[in-house]
Design a protein around this ligand. Structure first.
Ligand SMILES: NC(=[NH2+])NCCC[C@H](N)C(=O)O
Ligand SMILES: [Mn+2]
Ligand SMILES: [Mn+2]
Length: 328
């Protein structure tokens, strides 16, 4: 553990610069409303806090991108995937946007959107980190789900359940307009992938985890060892000085803290545990990008939108912790 009060970013040559991309996209799953998350997070003050309280210089186009111009008139299922052309086109564009920030040496924050957008964000940072640092980056995927279905193993056809399969090459597709644009330089290694918070993993996904020996910490592991030990093991697996992309699905949190999400699963992380994960990643000094996804302010609003407010507040807290709020 470090004792200094300021964590020097080891990989961000411009440690006070933050690229922000707001993605109002919901096509990776079937419930409308997750596209409203970036505006909800921003109106609750997130970007102001990052600027004024945490001292970041933000690079943001002040736009919540819905990528309407990219959406095809017709988008029939392909290999069982829903909205294949839309998700592919949007994530391809997003990949470029994230890449542009990361290539400049900025840490990149992406506000989703459903988790399919990680296809674009991770593809963009992976490429930029390879070019800039000649390194392969690691991904910490905090989620109730593994999102590692291939189109063939998926029971839902929702692409938000598949991003990890496409990013690791487990799912392959040569059609350029259906993720064929993903090249070697955009991909990540299964060895550098770590899951935290799992509790709803499909049968086919479990087979994939076992077959490839993917590092995964379920809620059971967290109950057994405590979140402190789990983070030591997770970061130990990745190794020191490895650039880290943190992809945080808000449904990793227990529905008590994040009820407004498309696929809530009971028995999740407390907000404090989620914040702790984010703080530990910050402490490494190796964070190069973060996604916050699956906040759906229109779902489970409860009385007077309490649920939506709580979920947005939780999401903001996770982001601030990953960006250093808790440091003394
Ligand atoms: N990003 C998420 N919330 N993913 C949920 C995935 C659920 C299920 N495993 C599926 O493939 O559809
Ligand atoms: Mn999830
Ligand atoms: Mn997810």
């Amino acid at each position: 553990m470090t004792t200094t009060s300021m964590i020097q970013p080891k990989f961000l040559t411009k440690g006070d610069q933050l690229g922000v991309v707001a993605v109002g996209f919901s096509g990776g799953q079937c419930k409308p409303g997750v596209d409203a998350a970036p505006s909800a997070l921003i109106s609750s003050g997130l970007l102001t806090q990052l600027r004024e309280d945490l001292g970041y210089k933000l690079y943001h186009d002040d736009t919540v991108h819905s990528y309407k111009e990219l959406l095809p008139a017709s988008d029939p299922d392909y290999r069982g995937m829903k909205n294949p052309l839309a998700v592919s086109a949007v994530t391809r564009k997003l990949c470029d946007q994230v890449y542009t920030h990361a290539k400049e040496g900025r840490c990149v924050l992406t506000l989703g959107g459903d988790h399919s957008i990680a296809i674009g964000t991770i593809a963009g940072t992976a490429k930029a980190i390879r070019e800039r640092l000649h390194r392969e980056m690691a991904v910490i995927w905090v989620d109730a789900h593994t999102d590692i279905n291939t189109p063939e193993t998926s029971e839902s056809g929702n692409v938000h359940g598949m991003p990890v399969a496409f990013l690791t090459g487990l799912a392959k597709e040569s059609r350029e307009d259906v993720f064929g644009w993903l090249k070697e330089e955009n991909m990540i290694s299964l060895k550098k992938l770590v899951y935290i918070g799992l509790r709803d993993v499909d049968r086919g996904e479990k087979l994939i985890l076992r077959e490839h020996g993917i590092k995964a910490f379920s809620m059971h592991d967290i109950d057994r060892h405590g979140i402190g030990r789990v983070m030591e093991m997770a970061l130990g697996h990745i190794g020191n000085d490895t650039p880290i992309h943190l992809s945080f699905d808000v449904d990793a949190l227990d529905p008590m803290w994040a009820p407004s999400t498309g696929t809530p699963v009971r028995g999740g992380l407390t907000l404090r545990e989620g914040d702790f994960i984010a703080e530990c990643v910050h402490e490494t000094g190796c964070l190069v990008a973060m996604d916050l996804v699956e906040v759906n302010p229109t779902l489970e609003p409860g009385i007077d939108d309490i649920g939506a407010h709580q979920t947005v507040r939780s999401g903001c807290s996770l982001v601030r912790c990953a960006l250093g709020e808790s440091l003394l």
